[in-house]
Design a protein around this ligand. Structure first.
Ligand code: NDP
Ligand code: MG
Ligand code: MG
Length: 330
């Protein structure tokens, strides 16, 4: 059993009187920064000159600085730039100001775990990673709730790294929902595996394979889209609420029988073997290396594949389907 931490375990005093620089004002940056500010903490935003988000952050009442100035001013730095941009920005604009006793934080372990960022020994290095997208981190906070978060400690120089992580988790509202402790290694590897094999890669390929099978057999694309893609949300919502058993309780017995006899014919031993290979490539750094090289070569594969995926018939059919449903209309 993992140990859960809640607000009563998290003393926000560990961050009072400290200046927190939130680097980036994107999905996570804007959400975490606003929540921290409303929790009474001293937050500045670090952005690059010319950022379209600079003015937006100012309008929200923040002091905004360039990343190097914010690094200099801060006691605690939260890195909420895109993962693939962090190493360069760290090296050029943050590292010079990582003086003794400061803390640097992340919401994903990639750069620390794969050693793209190597902070000095005399600072705290920790993670507070909300388990949800930025807009939910913000919305749930304003509703008096929060999104659960993971914390992890990579380096505890001051002896208070975990206190700071818990105080920060409290500041963004996560300790209202529950916080559990992991390691940079575990968070990074499970996050990459989940998004590749199941959440993003697995789900979209599964849906497309179902859609293509029906369309190639001559069924209406609209029917194929409804059955194999659109309805997924309804099924996932039931699983989210009450596990597989709630979903199976809600669907017909015919659907439940089909689930039992057919599921293992689709996700076969071969699929499971491939998942193990995917995991190995994450663990041994092959995936990280490929992604880093891809970014260094201007994303040749990424951009080409993005174009191909955008032009798959599912996207056009989906747009049409949503236009038929009154509440999807803008
Ligand atoms: P976004 O892409 O939404 O935001 C990135 C921010 O960084 C923007 O404000 C952008 O500003 C700024 N930025 C980009 N490049 C630079 C640069 N070179 N110098 C200075 N600023 C720059 O990022 P996310 O919020 O999605 O991700 C941030 C972190 O949070 C990542 O580590 C991610 O893994 C993690 N995370 C994200 C989740 C999510 O919900 N998206 C969920 C959990 C963790 P501009 O372009 O205007 O300059
Ligand atoms: Mg991820
Ligand atoms: Mg059906």
């Amino acid at each position: 059993m993992v140990k859960m931490y809640y607000e009563s375990d998290a003393n926000i005093e560990y961050l009072k009187g400290k200046k927190i620089a939130v680097m980036g004002f994107g999905s996570q940056g804007h959400a975490q920064a606003l929540n921290l500010k409303e929790s009474g903490l001293d937050v500045v935003i670090g952005l690059r000159e010319g950022s379209a988000r600079w003015q937006k952050a100012v309008e929200f009442g923040f002091e905004v600085m360039t990343v190097d100035k914010a690094s200099q001013a801060a006691d605690v730095i939260q890195m909420l730039l895109p993962d693939e941009a962090q190493a360069k920005v760290y090296k050029e604009q943050i590292a010079p100001y990582m003086t003794e006793g400061k803390a640097i934080m992340f919401s994903h372990g990639f750069n620390i775990h794969f050693k793209q960022i190597v902070p000095p020994k005399n600072v705290d290095v920790l993670m507070v990673a909300p388990k949800g997208p930025g807009h939910l981190v913000r919305r749930t906070y304003t509703q008096g709730q929060g999104v659960p978060a993971l914390i992890a400690i990579h380096n505890d120089y001051t002896g208070h790294a975990k206190d700071i992580a818990l105080a920060y988790a409290r500041g963004i509202g996560a300790a209202r929902a529950g916080v559990f402790e992991t390691t940079f290694k575990e968070e990074t590897e499970t996050d990459l595996f989940g998004e590749q094999s199941v959440l993003c890669g697995g789900v979209t390929e599964l849906m497309k394979a179902g859609f293509d099978t029906l369309v190639e057999a001559g069924y209406a694309p609209e029917m194929a889209y409804f059955e194999c893609i659109h309805e997924m949300k309804l099924i996932v919502d039931l699983i989210y609420e009450g596990g597989f058993s709630k979903m199976r309780y809600s669907v017909s017995d015919t659907a439940e029988y089909g689930d039992y006899v057919t599921g293992k014919r689709i996700i076969t031993e071969e699929t499971r073997k491939e998942m193990k290979k995917v995991l190995t490539e994450i663990q041994n750094g092959t995936f990280a290396k490929n992604w880093i090289v891809e970014n260094m070569s201007n994303r040749a594969f990424f951009n080409a594949e993005k174009e191909i995926q955008k032009n798959h018939p599912v996207e056009e059919v989906g747009t049409r389907i949503r236009s038929y449903i009154p509440w999807f209309k803008k």
